[in-house]
Design a protein. Structure first.
Lengths: 395, 236
């Protein structure tokens, strides 16, 4: 008998089963849509993490002063050097921006709190930081900018003055008042907390390290300098994003577990239906055999019925899933603030990413899994005695 | 067309395992059934009627001996060959109708023709013809759940007969029907037997059916105890 006819019979059977079929199809389609939706969120989160790191921190790559180690704040005070000629040229062409970094302390409400001081060019546009807010009309006032987390923790707000203490290049402690000009909310948690941005020239003056920087951030569309000098080490995006990519990789593993659980729930519905069907439709199976369908084709018929649940689930899931996913992609989701407390750079609004591979891969996976799961109980038909089946008996 | 007997059994034995021993359902059955016969396997419950019908229908295989149907030894057929024999040459009618519940009346009757790979126009023509035989053309779109017992069994008769098989095996076809419906069904089957020379083999202990038979084979404890020709006395 032709495959087409079996497919036609299978379709007739599942459509004829009415509500039972549609309930299964709905459960499976919900799992299907949820898998794509959840994976889209994870994909969106991953992309947002990488984008945010590039946008706020990494730029198109960085030159580090040779001893600079972002994981060792104790090195910050010593990790600065004059810009080499190629780097100075990049900076003057606005293809790069220097950053001077040191550690210090602020004294909000009379309590000391350690901060990392970042000196940046107020006019820079390479990193998406509102450094233009560091400009003020009073040359005697040092402008400062802090992150929203720091503001919450210290109680500091715009217009407040706070004492900042640091140690200059000669090892001498010094202090000054800084006026908070702006509070910035960033999606990179490391930057949102425990940092203060100052105009680079002010910080250079404070540290007595004129024309020096700890690192130079390259613009995203700029070409790195071929030779930046011995004091400077080029760190490309692969290097700078390694931690984030490791985090993405780790999150992907856990998202696969969620993916599998959701798929399993859908498959369980199909498996359950198939097992029940073999049990409840014994008489029908016996009749089909008596009418001239051989057992192998009865098994195929039941397997196809299961597989068609998958096909219908994809059609039904597409009918309501595409609008839902399209809207969620266009509008995005507000990310709870607690997410940034978990140490992940996340935007305030997260836009899911539904790639072709995600949709096609999930579709294919659902179809294959449903077919395999359907074939398992269907294979029991081979052991069914048709004379017993005709009477609705098990054995 | 087959020459000679359509169905022949030779020393047919069927035993079922029961505990550590076995139960003999059929013992040394030797029968010869010709084309166009209208015969019944008669006997009390447990006498082996249905078992014999299943062996002839290639739904079960004998413990020993053989059943030759249309020249084919059913115990030598594999699943696929047995299915082809049933699909091409045999029709089944069951006590509980066994209609496919999600199909309409039309689709139930059409099913055997689909298995034969018949084209759509021919199928439609044959299905409507079969529904006319049983007087159910107006129920073509109904589902089995919407039919009475008598109507359901008439659909089963139409399904068994639609492909004009050589043999129809009917297992207690009137057991769930009232007298009027039983006679209606039996008259229809007798007419089809007469018109198409289809061989009808009944397994029954219903006296109403027995009155229509032209040959009565009585079974008791798995053995043939009587095999007689008789003049049918159908209800007028």
């Amino acid at each position: 008998m032709r495959f087409g006819l079996l497919a036609r019979l299978a379709l007739r059977n599942i459509l004829g089963a009415g509500l039972r079929t549609w309930l299964n199809v709905f459960v499976l389609s919900a799992a299907f849509v949820m898998i794509i939706w959840a994976q889209g969120i994870v994909g969106g989160m991953n992309r947002a993490m990488i984008d945010a790191t590039i946008e706020f921190e990494a730029g198109g790559g960085q030159y580090w002063q040779a001893t600079y180690d972002p994981y060792d704040p104790l090195t910050f005070e010593e990790s600065h050097a004059p810009l080499s000629a190629p780097l100075s040229e990049l900076v003057s062409n606005r293809a790069a921006t220097p950053i001077l970094i040191t550690t210090g302390a602020i004294y909000p409400r009379g309590q000391a709190q350690a901060v990392v001081l970042y000196g940046m060019e107020p006019g820079q546009t390479i990193l998406n930081l509102p450094t233009q807010e560091l400009v003020n009309d009073d040359p005697d006032v040092v402008s400062g900018m802090i992150g929203a987390q720091t503001a919450r923790e210290t109680g500091l707000g715009v217009g407040d003055y706070v004492t900042v203490r640091w140690r200059d290049a000669n090892g001498t402690f010094d202090a000054d008042e800084v006026r908070i000009e702006h509070v910035v909310s960033l999606s990179v948690p490391g930057m949102d907390r425990g940092q203060m941005w100052l105009p680079i020239e002010d910080l250079r003056r404070m540290l007595q390290v004129f024309d020096q920087a700890s690192l130079v951030v390259l613009a995203r569309d700029a070409e790195p300098a071929p030779a930046a000098g011995a004091a400077w080490i080029w760190r490309d995006l692969d290097y700078l994003l390694k931690d984030i990519k490791d985090l993405v990789e780790m999150k992907s593993s856990s998202s696969h577990i969620i993916y599998s659980i959701m798929l399993l729930m859908g498959l369980l519905a199909i498996f359950d239906t198939q097992v029940l069907a073999i049990w409840r439709r014994r008489k029908e199976i016996g009749t089909l055999i008596a009418l001239g369908l051989d057992r192998a084709r009865v098994i195929w018929l039941f397997t196809l019925e299961g597989a068609m649940h998958g096909v219908l689930a994809i059609v039904v899931g597409a009918a309501y899933g595409i609008p839902i996913l399209a809207i969620s992609k266009a509008r995005g989701f507000a990310v709870p603030e607690m997410m940034s407390d978990m140490g992940m750079p996340v935007p305030q609004v997260l836009y899911p990413v539904y790639g072709a591979w995600l949709v096609l891969g999930t579709t294919l996976l659902v179809l294959i899994s449903v077919t395999v799961v359907s074939s398992l109980p269907a294979s029991r038909i081979a052991r069914l005695n048709p004379t017993h089946a005709l009477r609705g008996k098990r054995r | 067309m087959q020459n000679g007997a359509l169905i022949k059994t030779h020393d047919l034995v069927k035993q079922y395992p029961v505990g550590s021993g076995s139960f003999t359902a059929l013992s040394d059955i030797n029968l010869s059934i010709e084309r166009g016969e209208f015969l019944g396997l008669v006997g009390p419950s447990g006498s082996g009627k249905t078992t014999l019908l299943n062996l002839v229908g290639a739904l079960d295989s004998p413990t020993s001996g053989k059943a030759v149907v249309l020249g084919q030894n059913t115990s030598e057929l594999n699943h696929r060959e047995a299915a082809r024999l049933r699909s091409e040459h045999l029709g089944f009618i069951f006590q509980t109708y066994n209609l496919l519940p999600v199909y309409t009346v039309y689709e139930n009757v059409e099913f055997p023709l689909l298995l034969l790979g018949m084209d759509g126009d021919r199928r439609r023509e044959m299905v409507m013809e079969a529904l006319e035989w049983v007087g159910l053309t107006d129920k073509a779109r109904s589902r089995p759940s919407q039919l009475s017992g008598g109507e359901s069994q008439r659909v089963a008769v139409a399904r068994a007969m639609v492909k004009k098989p050589d043999i129809v095996l009917a297992d207690e076809p009137t057991a769930n029907l009232d007298a009027a419906n039983s006679h209606n069904i039996l008259r229809t089957m007798a007419a089809l037997n007469r018109d198409f020379k289809t061989t009808f083999v009944f397994a029954t202990h219903d006296s109403k059916v027995i009155r229509y038979l032209r040959r009565k084979i009585t079974l008791n404890d798995g053995r043939v105890v009587e095999d007689v020709e008789q003049t049918p006395e159908p209800e007028e």
